[in-house]
Every structure is written in C-alpha cells, then in structure tokens.
Design a protein around this ligand. Structure first.
Ligand code: AMP
Length: 222
C-alpha cells in the first residue's frame, strides 16, 4: 500500500480553502484537517489550549506554533487520517512547515503537494464578511455567492440553524490578511524549492476552482 497523501491548501482567508477541502474530502475520500476548526472546538470546550488561543484568534493573529502543533499531532494520530489528509490552514509559519516535514519524515513519507489558491486580496474582505455555515453539518454559504436553494434550510442536511464566525468581520480579516502575507506566504517559496508547489487560479466559480484542484489531487493522490 502506498503512503497516505498529505495535500496542503495555501491561501489567504477567504481564498476558499475550507470549501474546496470539503469538496476534495467527498471526491477523493481524504480527510479535511482544519487547524482553525480544531482551535474553535478547543475554544468552545474551554480546554487550556482553547483558553490560550481565544484572544489571539479574535484579534486575527496566529496562535503559537506550540499550541497548533500539539493539536495537529493529536489529530494526525487518529486512525481515520490513514486515508490521507487535506491540510486546510496548516502550516501557517516556517516553524510549522518544518515540524510537519519532520513529523512525516519520521514516518518515511512527506508532503504530496502544496497547492496555492491564487486570489486578489481586495476581494477577500467581501468574501469573508458575507460567509456563514450550517450549525449542524458545517456546510458553507455566503450572503452573495452561495445561498441555500431554500432560504434558511441547509442544502446538505436540512438543518435550519446557521452561524457566523466571530473573526469574520472586515477589521479582523485585514489583520488575518496581514498575518498571511507576513508569516504564511513565504511558505510558497519553501514548497516551490522542494518541487511540491502547485498553483490554482481561485477567483472564478467554486466549481471551476474545484475542477482545477481535483486535476492536481488526482495526479498527486489518486
Ligand atoms: P481559519 O479557520 O483557518 O481561518 O483559522 C482561524 C484562526 O485560527 C486564525 O486566524 C488563527 O488565529 C488560528 N489558526 C488556525 N490555524 C492556525 C495555524 N496553523 N497557526 C496559527 N494559528 C492558526
């Protein structure tokens, strides 16, 4: 059996990493692993990591590598991940990228591909500020770009409760964009140097972007 794939999605907040990771999860049977989701769960559960992360997340900064790596390692140790993972929002710093390389090298494997979603920063504020998710299944929606077919009812699960993230407001998004450019964008060069970088234009329709990504994932993880 070949080693399970590790696909990284890179891109600023609003680029569509979460939406596309969920689509790839369904299509390829990979597991979406979002450190943002894991951190939000830790905040909601009031764990020590969650308590330490809460204020940083609300301000749009990056949570410490120590906390994020501990959460990631726990998740990577669970059995379902053996199918392969799509990392959504991780790594976000050089230290995280190096720790991931070391973790995988210890298992005799490595990153399969790092896919950068190429977008215009200016459009990201509007994309993030209008988004919300189904409270039951997590399906993503947007006030302007993706409404449920029946107003107030989730297309996927029929749920009627929806939620918005506390950090999805214009001011915090600008901080998150700044954090992306300062600390995460340099990883593009890291993965390019390793021969692992792929880029996908990501200003078009959700379905068109999904096709671009699926072609790469089929080649790297199929
Ligand atoms: P996301 O859901 O990926 O947009 O992440 C939401 C927030 O969680 C970010 O703005 C950060 O505060 C924090 N976060 C998520 N992933 C990471 C990470 N890999 N490193 C540091 N902070 C993170």
């Amino acid at each position: 059996m070949t080693a399970p794939s590790v696909i990284i999605l890179l891109g600023p907040p609003g680029a569509g990493k979460g939406t596309q990771a969920r689509m790839l999860e369904e299509r390829f049977g990979l597991v979406q692993l979002s450190t943002g989701d894991l951190l939000r769960a830790a905040v909601a559960a009031g764990t020590p990591a969650g308590l330490a992360a809460k204020a940083v997340m609300e301000a749009g900064g990056l949570v410490s590598d120590e906390i994020v790596l501990a959460i990631l390692q726990d998740r990577m140790a669970q059995p379902d991940v053996a199918r392969g993972v799509i990392l959504d929002g991780f790594p976000r710093t050089a230290g995280q990228a190096e720790a991931l390389d070391a973790l995988l090298a210890g298992e005799g494997r490595g990153v399969s591909a790092a896919i950068s979603l190429e977008v215009d920063d200016e459009a990201m504020v509007g994309r993030v500020a209008g988004r919300y998710t189904c409270a039951a299944c997590g399906e993503g929606y947007h006030d302007e770009f993706k409404q449920p077919a029946t107003a107030g009812v989730c297309d996927k699960c029929g749920g009627t409760g929806f939620k918005r993230r506390a950090d999805d407001n214009a001011e915090t998004v600008r901080e998150r964009l700044a954090a992306y450019h300062a600390q995460t964008a340099p990883l593009i060069a890291h993965y390019r140097a390793m021969g692992l970088l792929e880029t996908v234009p990501a200003m078009g329709s959700i379905d068109a972007i999904a096709e671009g990504l699926a072609a790469i994932v089929a080649r790297k993880a199929g």
